[in-house]
Write a protein that binds this ligand. Structure first.
Ligand SMILES: *Cc1c(COP(=O)(O)O)cnc(C)c1O
Length: 365
């Protein structure tokens, strides 16, 4: 591993001192898990900050984003072996959640403008392939078009569970959609490890919560669940982190703007796939030429870490070779040769952005 001067991601989490007041409350209650007072308060405060119109009963906590997706899928109670359409261009956790929930993933390609499933195209595929659910993914925390997916769910009765892992604060809610978020340290709102299931339908959220607690409802195993509960310690970090969310955003904003301005001024042929207005968690650019490998090497030589998302796409990972692709993955494959995710966080400066954009300009000459 080369030593990077500038890391791809730098977590922005509360300090020990910021967490201590909440830990003291745990000392007082002697309650460590199983939906204790910290977890309850965390959900109340999350609803106030991120989900206007919803309350704590519309949020279930989980111990990771992956388990949030899995328990959200379980909560929908599809038949075992039900087909679930999802993009191949995503993190492997989306696919593992589908398989572990007892369903069968079918992979579709993304739209290059949104890096997500196109609601019209994917909706058509889901219908003709007999899918019971669709799992669109908001790549890099970009928000998905809620109205289009809401209409699709209403017209078809096909469940829509959005993997909005990095999209907390960005992805809006609408009545028929179920959302899963990640609170991993590398996401914009990190607590270490954690996840959320959010829906305006309380019955879905209740079932997700039951799924995180072994499938037990008042001592009866209603369905096959797991143990994905959020501990009181994690919720304590979450409560401390809520107080920092504005400051985190304020540190990221100038960096997003610096990228937008520098790319437009110096390499207008490079496309910013994650527009600054969309408040993305990560920054992804598309080069006009397949020069990503050279760019990764040049950046690394300058001490700058970057990531190729998602290489390979999920359908080419050994664990998922056996599942069907609904169409050729032309756009997902193009991402691996033409696109790169660059550092974008509050621990860097506009001068770092200038250096990165210079390196991009050089590799394109
Ligand atoms: C981060 C991420 C996940 C997994 O979340 P964890 O909290 O790390 O389990 C799933 N899907 C996407 C798209 C992600 O970015």
């Amino acid at each position: 591993m080369p030593q990077f001067r500038l890391r791809y991601v730098v977590p922005d989490l509360p300090s020990t001192d910021e967490v201590i007041p909440y830990l003291r409350r745990i000392d007082e209650t002697n309650w460590y898990s199983n939906f204790g007072p910290m977890e309850q308060l965390f959900r109340e405060e999350l609803a106030k900050l991120f989900f206007p119109g919803l309350n704590a009963r519309h949020i279930a906590t989980a111990c990771s984003g992956a388990l949030a997706i899995e328990t959200a899928l379980i909560a929908h109670g599809l038949a075992q072996g039900a087909r679930v359409l999802m993009p191949s261009y995503t993190f492997v956790a989306t696919a593992s959640a589908v398989v572990r929930a007892g369903y069968v993933p079918i992979f579709a390609d993304i739209d290059l403008r949104t890096l997500a499933l196109d609601p019209a195209g994917a909706g058509h595929l889901a219908r003709i392939l007999g899918c019971s659910a669709v799992v669109p993914v908001g790549v890099a925390g970009m928000s998905l078009p809620t109205a289009a997916w809401e209409d699709f769910a209403a017209e078809t009765g096909i469940a829509v569970i959005i993997d909005a892992a990095a999209g907390l604060g960005n992805q809006t809610i609408s009545p028929l959609l179920t959302l899963a978020f990640s609170l991993h340290a590398t996401k914009p709102f990190g607590i270490g490890e954690g996840g959320l299931v959010v829906s305006a339908r309380e019955e879905i959220v209740t079932r997700a919560r039951v799924a995180t607690n072994f499938g037990l409802d008042q001592g009866r195993g209603l369905f096959c669940g797991t143990n994905a509960k959020m501990s009181e310690y994690a919720a304590a970090v979450g409560l401390a982190q809520l107080k920092r969310s504005d400051a985190i955003m304020a540190r990221r904003k100038p960096i997003l703007k610096a990228y937008r301005d520098a790319l437009a001024a110096r390499v207008p042929e490079v496309q910013l796939l994650t527009p600054a207005e969309s408040n993305p968690a990560n920054l992804i650019v598309m080069l006009p030429q397949p020069r990503v490998r050279e760019l990764v090497a040049d950046l690394a030589a300058a001490g700058i870490e970057s990531r190729r998302l998602y290489v390979p796409p999920v359908h080419r990972h050994p664990a998922y070779l056996g599942y069907q692709c609904a169409e050729p993955m032309v756009n997902g494959e193009r991402m691996s040769t033409h696109s790169l995710s660059l550092p974008c966080h509050g621990a860097m400066t506009p001068a770092d952005v200038d250096q990165i954009v210079s390196l991009i300009a050089n590799v394109l000459d």
